[in-house]
Design a binder for this molecule. Structure first.
Ligand SMILES: Nc1ncnc2c1ncn2[C@@H]1O[C@H](COP(=O)(O)OP(=O)(O)O)[C@@H](O)[C@H]1O
Ligand SMILES: [Mg+2]
Length: 308
């Protein structure tokens, strides 16, 4: 007789997952903070939504930084991640806040993903083993078909939340800064990626889509070459660097969070004559446009290669 305490076999669960219909799920991850995960998640999702694609962001951060990017930090409907935790606890479908922007829904993050999540997940892990890492995917599955693009913003140095996201994602994108010391963050997310794909086989379909340079001078090509070497040293020769990068402009970055607006929304204000928006917004907006297009094009290309 099987023990009543035995965890369900991961393989049985895995067999029922329609991976082929989940190739629209992108995760931004890095073991280091401050490298652009939240900024790029919000702005890439914003670009997708603006181009007419039904888009979902899942904010997996206890800091809930997506709220700052989109300006709903103090909204009365911001539950600080309580709904997400409740879904994870019960296995119920995620309940996004709809139309935070046109075509853009958000599963809210926030403080509930701190200690409250830690205690709950510890228990789940003890009961289910690695299978517990599939919980976010299970909550996402019933609503995933409603979206053309799904973006997961993830925290640094929280292996449980990172693994939940890695188990749900088809593509991992790693933003990095060129300010040195990138190795630790890269090595950490690289290890978690390997755990999910090769060690536990929870998500054999995830692929590293590429590494994105964030907050850098556009013409510092020798620095960029140096970062590329660093990335390939840690993640392997085949690690892809995106051609587009996100340029440095602190004044726009500050205004984004002060006004709670996406970069393209600030660019619109500048075009409409608002001189308090720095001119550098135009370049940053075009960086996000270029990167988002490149990211989607590369995912399509890799998917075609995999199917061939
Ligand atoms: N283009 C930019 N140039 C300079 N700083 C930026 C730019 N975009 C965002 N920032 C700032 O960089 C910091 C880290 O970004 P964030 O997206 O929060 O990183 P992470 O999510 O990896 O912790 C934030 O303070 C943000 O305001
Ligand atoms: Mg963040």
């Amino acid at each position: 007789m099987a023990s009543p305490f035995e965890a369900p076999a991961t393989d049985t669960q895995l067999a029922g997952i329609p991976w082929e219909s989940l190739s629209h799920i992108f995760m931004f991850g890095n073991g280091k903070g401050g490298v652009g995960k939240s900024s790029v998640s919000a702005n890439a999702a914003g670009k997708a939504a603006r181009s007419g694609l039904r888009t979902l962001i899942i904010d997996c951060n206890a800091q809930g930084n997506i709220a700052r990017e989109l300006g709903y930090k103090r909204a009365e409907w911001n539950d600080g991640g309580a709904g997400l935790i409740e879904a994870l606890r019960t296995g119920a479908p995620l309940t996004p806040v709809e139309n935070v922007r046109e075509n853009l829904d958000v599963v809210l993050g926030g403080p509930a993903l701190g200690d409250e999540f830690g205690i709950f997940f510890h228990t789940l892990l003890a009961k289910e083993g690695p299978h517990a890492y599939l919980r976010l995917l299970m909550c996402l599955l019933p609503i995933a078909h409603r979206y053309q693009i799904i973006i997961l913003d993830t925290p640094p140095e929280n292996p449980s939340l990172q693994r939940l996201a890695l188990a749900a994602a088809r593509w991992l994108v790693i933003p990095v800064k060129s300010d040195g010391g990138a190795e630790d963050g890269l090595a950490q997310i690289g290890l978690e990626f390997s755990y999910v794909k090769f060690v536990s086989h929870i998500n054999p379909h995830i692929a590293l889509l590429g590494v994105l340079l964030f907050d850098t001078g556009r013409n510092y090509s020798s620095i960029h070459a140096d970062v590329r070497r660093q990335v390939q040293k840690v993640l392997g020769e085949e690690a892809h660097m995106f051609k587009h990068l996100i340029g440095h402009t602190e004044s726009v970055a500050r205004l984004v969070r002060k006004r709670g607006l996406l970069v393209h929304e600030l660019a619109d204000q500048r075009v409409a004559g608002d001189r308090s928006v720095p001119e550098t917004v135009v370049g940053l907006d075009s960086d996000y446009e270029g990167f988002t297009e490149e990211m989607f094009a590369r995912a399509l290309e890799l998917r075609k290669d995999a199917a061939a």
